[in-house]
Design a protein around this ligand. Structure first.
Ligand SMILES: Nc1ncnc2c1ncn2[C@@H]1O[C@H](COP(=O)(O)OP(=O)(O)OP(=O)(O)O)[C@@H](O)[C@H]1O
Length: 584
């Protein structure tokens, strides 16, 4: 826990320092009236009490009370500033770190779980940290100061009082262990509920349309029940131990009273000293009780902090040498790749795409076409061989540098819940209005945008849900045009479109690929006939490589796929029955 807290403190050292200094002063001010109380008692029992002195002490006590109040307000403000500065910076650090993780991490982990680390776990920290750390600091300091007063008054009675500490601490450690075990289960259950809820909301359309509401709800229901059970366990199990720890403190107070009275009757303790112990002894346990309870809560928070730290320690994709290529040809040299520990998805792939030429990737479903484009974009790093852009291994480039070189147009376009204009501007945030509009015009976005009441400034809805598939495609092409990157990756950009939209998209794509190095994943073979080269993949291996004519002449897999599409491409649906159309 200490290591995690030190890491967190380093995120905003000035705010932490200020808050801790104020906490210590606050602790001192809590303890100081005790000292004056002691003086008043001694004065009263001295037999020659001077009223002026007593009034002075009372005046000082009053002044201390006012300062304590003022300091309490300052301490609360400083503690809140520290907590929210820390949590904000923690989220920023986490966000920056998440950006630099490879796609593999996102695929391996539940997205709901990742989101819950950034939101819920940091929120847990936010909620608990500010309220406990200040209390603990002040309470520890106050306990120490009061203990010093007590030791000065009578060390024997002070020892009897403090004998409670090891036993109480033992109880706290036991509940600490329980909190750690149950807390982990509780946080896992809470995050699982969040993830299932997210899944439920995101998939509601499909859940409804497939009539899966009941079944799906059962998954969420199960998660909610598990959360309920884990919450009760987390609250209940450590409770008895915390209460016992507090009881032990009370018992030691009674023991101290008994010992004090014995010492008094033996004449080895003055009445003033005993009264001092009765008052201060009780005050000593007040901050101690706070420490006991808050420490347990802090440990629970540490489970969340631990999850944040684990994510922060997940290795990022680093650049070996941070090189910037001067050319933009693409080379695969004996590349083999697998996702995690799964089977090899690509085996010994080698090809070269000269600058400003087009390579089409063709092959049956699952043969590895999309994986090749992902490796070029450095979403994953290869396990064997190398992928180079302009002769530079992509692992020697920072991921951001690789993204700068690449424009992608994929079938499933993601649009932000913003205007069409701003969604295009994502391509290049510093683009001028003229440039955004020019890209929108070339990608034929203006054609449909102008039909909306706010034109290009109309909102697209979450994920672009107010637009058709073809319209979203055109926006993504406009984005890519605006980015004007030298390498273009196209993945099935027109596979699911109706003929009219397809014509528009093809037109827009012609604009996009002009003078670019292009890798296109093709399902409609007719669209890539004129590619400079075609790479045919089969089960992750290179089956053939060449031009359309050469591959047709070989009469291999490509020829077979072409024949299949001739037939399949001819099926059209009429309102009466399926009829065969002899054209692709
Ligand atoms: N993130 C992933 N994790 C694990 N395996 C994956 C992942 N993505 C793809 N695969 C597997 O890798 C293989 C190649 O997938 P890939 O998407 O590259 O094929 P494809 O040729 O583009 O297929 P399609 O034409 O159907 O899109 C498949 O067996 C697929 O199941």
């Amino acid at each position: 826990m200490i290591r995690n807290l030190i890491y967190t403190f380093k995120i905003a050292p000035a705010a932490v320092r200020k808050s801790i200094v104020l906490d210590l002063l606050h602790g001192l001010l809590i303890a100081m009236p005790t000292g004056f109380l002691l003086l008043i008692i001694q004065e009263l029992f001295s037999g020659k009490a001077v009223p002026e002195r007593l009034w002075t002490y009372t005046g000082i006590l009053l002044a201390l009370l006012v300062v304590q109040l003022w300091l309490s307000v300052r301490t609360i403000i400083a503690s809140n500033v520290m907590t929210y500065t820390l949590s904000t910076r923690l989220r920023i650090h986490l966000g920056n770190h998440l950006q630099r993780l490879s796609m593999g991490v996102y695929k391996q982990r539940d997205p709901g779980d990742l989101a819950s680390v950034a939101l819920q776990d940091v929120a847990n920290f936010e909620l608990i940290f500010g309220h406990t750390i200040g209390n603990i600091t002040a309470a520890v300091f106050a306990t120490l100061t009061i203990s010093v007063f007590l030791f000065i008054t009578d060390w024997r009675l002070a020892l009897v009082l403090l004998a409670a500490l090891p036993l109480s601490w033992l109880m706290v450690k036991i509940s600490d262990m329980l909190i750690f075990r149950e807390g982990k289960r509780h946080i896992a259950a809470r995050n699982n509920t969040g993830a299932r809820f997210l899944e439920y909301v995101q998939g509601i359309r499909h859940i409804k349309s497939f009539g899966m509401t009941g079944k799906r709800f059962a998954t969420l229901d199960k998660a909610l029940n598990e959360l309920r059970a884990a919450s009760i366990q987390t609250e209940m199990l450590p409770g008895p131990f915390v209460l016992t720890a507090a009881l032990v403190l009370e018992c030691c107070f009674l023991l101290m009273l008994y010992t004090g009275v014995t010492f008094l009757t033996q004449g080895t303790l003055t009445t003033a000293a005993l009264i001092t112990f009765l008052i201060l002894g009780y005050r000593l346990f007040e901050p101690l009780r706070i420490v006991l309870v808050d420490y347990i809560i802090l440990r629970y928070m540490n489970i969340s902090l631990e999850r944040v730290m684990t994510l922060m320690k997940t290795p990022v994709q680093d650049a070996g040498r941070r090189l910037v290529p001067q050319r933009h040809d693409i080379t695969f040299s004996q590349v083999s790749f697998s996702y995690g520990h799964d089977k090899q998805v690509l085996r010994d792939i080698s090809f070269h795409v000269p600058e400003r030429q087009m390579l089409a990737l063709v092959g049956p479903s699952g043969s590895g076409k999309t994986t090749i484009t992902s490796l070029i974009a450095r979403f994953w790093d290869v396990q064997q061989g190398s992928v180079q852009i302009g002769g530079v291994d992509v692992r020697d480039m920072e991921p951001q540098q690789v993204y700068r070189l690449i424009s992608e147009v994929f079938q499933d376009v993601y649009l932000f819940d913003d205007t069409i204009y701003n969604n295009i501007r994502v391509g290049r945030m510093d683009a001028t209005e003229e440039e955004v509009l020019a890209a929108a015009e070339k990608a034929l976005v203006l054609d449909f945008a102008m039909e909306f009441p706010d034109g290009i400034h109309s909102r697209t809805g979450e994920g672009g849900n107010r637009l058709s598939g073809g319209q979203k495609q055109r926006i993504s092409i406009a984005r890519a045009l605006l980015k004007n990157a030298p390498v273009v990756l196209l993945d099935e950009a027109t596979a699911s479109l109706d003929p009219e939209n397809e014509v528009f998209i093809q037109q827009a794509i012609q604009e996009l690929v002009k003078d670019k190095t292009v890798i296109v994943v093709a399902h409609k073979l007719a669209t890539i006939r004129n590619a400079n080269a075609i790479l045919v993949l089969n089960d992750g291996r290179m089956d053939a490589y060449g031009t359309h004519e050469a591959l047709m002449a070989e009469q291999g897999l490509y020829h077979h796929l072409w024949q299949l599409q001739q037939t399949a491409g001819g099926w059209k649906v009429s309102n009466e029955t399926f009829i065969l159309n002899d054209q692709i």
